[in-house]
Design a protein around this ligand. Structure first.
Ligand code: GDD
Length: 276
C-alpha cells in the first residue's frame, strides 16, 4: 500500500465536515497547534452532478471547522486548501494567475472554494485567527485518484503497453493545466503555515501544458504514439470548462519555496508506479 511507510506514526480519528460536533470533538481531543483543511469533494466534474453535497462539504464544512477553531482552539494555526479552480477563466494580461487575479469560478466546486477562501479571510480579519490560504494549482502523485486526468492517462497508457487495454477515452484535450508534484506542494503547505503572519500564497510550477501534451509525453515515455490510442467522448466534458491555468508563485518563492520535481519527473513517477 502507498501509505504503509507512515501508518505507524499517525493516529486516525473519525470526523465529518458535515457534523460540527465531530469537528469539535477531535479538536478538543488533540488540541492541535496546526490544522490543515484538505477535506473536500474535490472532483470538479462530479461537483456538477453533486453540487449541493460538494458545497456542504467544501464551503459550509470549512465554516464549521473555523467555528470549531474559534470556539475551542483559537490559538491553532489553520491552513486552508484553496484552489486555482477559484479563478475560473480569469487570467492576467501576461497569461498568469496570481494572488491579485480576480476570481470567477466556473464550477460548483470552484464556487464553493471561493466561499471557503472568503470566509477564511473574514475569520482572520474579524477574529484575529491565524488562517492562511494556499492557492494550489494541480499537484499530482501516484496517490492521485484514477478519475483525475494525470493518473487516468498514466494508468491506461501502462495498461495499453501491457496489452490489458486497447484505448483511452478522455474529454477535453485542449484545456491546459499547471501541473506540479504533490511532495513539493505539501512542503509549501507547511511553509505557508510556519510564517510569522497569516497570508495567502499561490503555489504553482509556472509552466502550462495541455491534456494532449500530457498524453503525448506519457505515451512516448512508453515508446507509443498517443494518437493511435486516445479517443474523446462527450461524457467526460464539463458543462463549463476552465480553459487555461498558469500560476505565478513569486510570493511563495520569496519565503523560500522551490520545486524539486518537474512535470516530467512527476509523470515518470506515476508511470513507474503502474508498471510495478
Ligand atoms: N478528470 C478528467 N477525466 N479530466 C479530463 C478528462 C478525463 O477523462 N479528459 C480531459 N480532462 C481535462 C479536464 O476537463 C480538465 O481540463 C483537466 O483535464 C484536468 O482535470 P482533472 O485532473 O480532473 O483536474 P482539475 O483541474 O479539474 O481539478 C484538480 O485541480 C484543482 C486545482 O486547480 C482537482 O485536484 C481539484 O480538486 C483542484 O482544486
Amino acid at each position: 500500500m502507498l501509505t504503509n511507510h507512515i501508518f505507524d506514526s499517525i493516529k486516525l480519528e473519525y470526523a465529518d465536515m458535515l457534523d460540527m460536533s465531530s469537528l469539535c470533538r477531535v479538536i478538543k481531543l488533540f488540541k492541535p497547534d496546526e490544522i490543515y483543511n484538505l477535506a473536500a469533494q474535490s472532483h470538479v466534474k462530479i461537483s456538477f452532478d453533486q453540487p449541493i453535497y460538494t458545497s456542504e462539504v467544501v464551503a459550509l464544512g470549512t465554516l464549521r471547522l473555523l467555528e470549531a477553531v474559534k470556539l475551542i482552539r483559537p490559538q491553532a494555526k489553520v491552513y486552508q486548501a484553496s484552489s486555482s479552480e477559484m479563478f475560473g477563466n480569469s487570467i492576467d494580461e501576461d497569461g498568469f494567475q496570481r494572488e491579485t487575479t480576480s476570481m470567477a469560478p466556473v464550477s460548483p466546486y470552484g464556487c464553493a472554494k471561493v466561499y471557503a477562501y472568503n470566509i477564511c479571510n473574514n475569520y482572520r480579519n474579524a477574529y484575529g485567527l491565524f488562517i492562511s490560504n494556499g492557492i494550489l494549482f494541480n499537484h499530482e502523485s501516484p496517490r492521485r485518484g484514477i478519475n483525475f486526468v494525470t493518473n487516468k492517462v498514466a494508468r491506461e497508457a501502462v495498461r495499453i503497453k501491457l496489452g490489458k487495454s486497447k484505448k483511452l477515452t478522455l474529454g477535453n484535450l485542449k484545456a491546459t493545466r499547471d501541473w506540479g508534484n504533490a511532495k513539493d506542494y505539501v512542503y509549501a503547505m507547511w511553509l505557508i503555515l510556519n510564517q510569522n503572519k497569516p497570508s495567502d500564497y499561490i503555489c504553482a510550477s509556472g509552466i502550462s501544458k495541455s491534456v494532449e501534451q500530457l498524453c503525448e509525453y506519457t505515451f512516448s515515455s512508453l515508446n507509443m504514439d498517443y494518437k493511435k490510442y486516445v479517443t474523446t467522448d462527450a461524457r467526460y466534458h464539463r458543462p463549463q470548462e476552465l480553459n487555461d491555468l498558469k500560476g505565478d508563485s513569486t510570493k511563495l518563492l520569496n519565503i523560500g519555496w522551490k520545486a524539486k520535481y518537474t512535470f516530467e519527473d512527476t509523470i515518470d513517477e506515476m508511470v513507474e508506479h503502474w508498471l510495478n
